[in-house]
Design a binder for this molecule. Sequence first.
Ligand code: ZN
Ligand code: ZN
Length: 255
Amino acid sequence: MLTENKEYKETKSIVFDIFFPRRCPVCDDIVPPFIYSKGKIARGGFVHADCAKKPRPVKGALCMKCGKPLAKAEKEEEYCADCRKRSYYFDRGFSLFEYRSISGSIYRFKYAGRREYADYYAQVTEKRLGKKLKSLGIQAIIPVPMYEKKKNDRGYNQAEVYAERLSKRFGIPTYVNVIKRVKNTVPMKGLDAGARRNNLKKAFNIVRNDVKFKCILIIDDIYTTGSTVDEIAHEFRMTGTDRIYVLTLAIGQTT
Ligand SMILES: [Zn+2]
Ligand SMILES: [Zn+2]
């Protein structure tokens, strides 16, 4: 049996990159598999160096609950306007990018088969939030599940693809079979927070009672009102999960 040692894996990934060159998550042009720099040939990265500067990181004064950058007028507040209005089942949210600066990238990641973008997203996650995430004692990474038929039509669940890349970097397993989406919800775009909640009622079900986690990290692509991730947090809360964190690729700013 062929064991996949490190060298073999590396060769395999080089060959793969030559035949299926990866696309830049920012501009979508091809990222060369090799670059020549300082007299040496090196593997190309996941993103063009100039493009890497474009997406705006989430930083500055953040909401202590959802992790959204606080608007100018609320810089002194602990929580953003949304989180002051309602309570959540999850403990704390983290996000990588300001939504508007990465929306095109996430769109292609979801709908245009650009699964390789996840390598870049996971790399940025480790760089920016690695220390924090490693300190939380997370036992399981839980991507927001997609309705099965929808996933079959699209070919993959983007949250799952991102979660698996995170698992590799952090050594924390991703579980895709613990919670299921049992209702094909209508698209959330255009719905207000209340309607979103209604739309999600009983949308998720924990299907395995044999696994119990004390601390989990829920993964989604975009944080809008937090309704989806919170519905999942609610389900896990009921099974006795103590600490529930949320990580998304992008988040908007309160206006
Ligand atoms: Zn680029
Ligand atoms: Zn908030």
